[in-house]
Design a protein around this ligand. Structure first.
Ligand code: FES
Ligand code: FES
Length: 160
C-alpha cells in the first residue's frame, strides 16, 4: 500500500508498503533512518522509540500504516546541523552514553516527558524512562542526563 507521512519535518511518500510492516522496519529498511534500533522487537526495551505526533511509541509495535498523515520524529531530526538538541547535549555532558544503542530511544522518551513536565522530578523521570532499558550505563546517570537536558531546554544552565 502507499504510505505518506512527515518524517523529521519532511514529507515522505512510499509505495508498496506491506500491510504488516512495522514503522521500525519502514524507518530502517526503506528510509535509512538507523537511529531507531531493534532490540527486543516485542515492546520491552524501548530501543526503537520514536515520536508519533510528539508522543513516544515503540516503533516495533506500531504498524507502519498508523503513521499515515502523521508526524514522525526520529533522533536524526533533533540536531540542528552540528548543534545537538539540548536533550542530546544533556546526555553527552552527563556521560550517560556508552555503546549508545539505547540512547536515541532514551532521548526521545525524555522529550515526550519534558513536553508534559518541563521540570520533571527524579521520580517522574524514573517512571517515564522505565520502559527504556540500557545494558551499559547506570540508570542514575540517565536520570541526571534527563534532568540536565530538561534544564537546557528551559534555557537554564550552560550547554558545554
Ligand atoms: S525493539 Fe521495540 S521495544 Fe524493543
Ligand atoms: S549505552 Fe549501551 S545500551 Fe545503553
Amino acid at each position: 500500500m502507499p504510505l505518506k507521512f512527515t518524517l523529521n519535518g519532511n514529507e515522505v511518500s512510499l509505495e508498496d508498503v506491506p500491510g504488516e510492516a512495522t514503522l521500525l522496519e519502514v524507518l530502517r529498511q526503506r528510509l535509512d533512518m538507523l537511529g531507531a534500533k531493534e532490540g527486543c522487537g516485542v515492546g520491552e526495551c524501548g530501543a526503537c522509540t520514536v515520536l508519533l505526533d510528539g508522543k513516544a511509541v515503540d516503533s516495533c509495535l506500531t504498524a507502519a500504516w498508523q503513521a499515515a498523515g502523521r508526524q514522525v520524529t526520529t533522533v536524526e531530526g533533533l540536531a540542528q546541523g552540528e548543534k545537538l538538541h539540548p536533550m542530546q547535549q544533556g546526555f553527552a555532558d552527563t556521560g550517560a552514553v556508552q555503546c549508545g544503542f539505547c540512547t536515541p530511544g532514551m532521548v526521545l522518551t525524555a522529550l515526550d516527558l519534558v513536553e508534559q513536565a518541563p521540570e520533571p522530578s527524579d521520580q517522574e523521570i524514573r517512571r517515564a524512562m522505565s520502559g527504556n532499558l540500557c545494558r551499559c550505563t547506570g540508570y542514575h546517570d540517565v536520570v541526571r542526563a534527563v534532568r540536565r537536558g530538561a534544564k537546557y531546554m528551559r534555557g537554564e544552565g550552560e550547554e558545554q
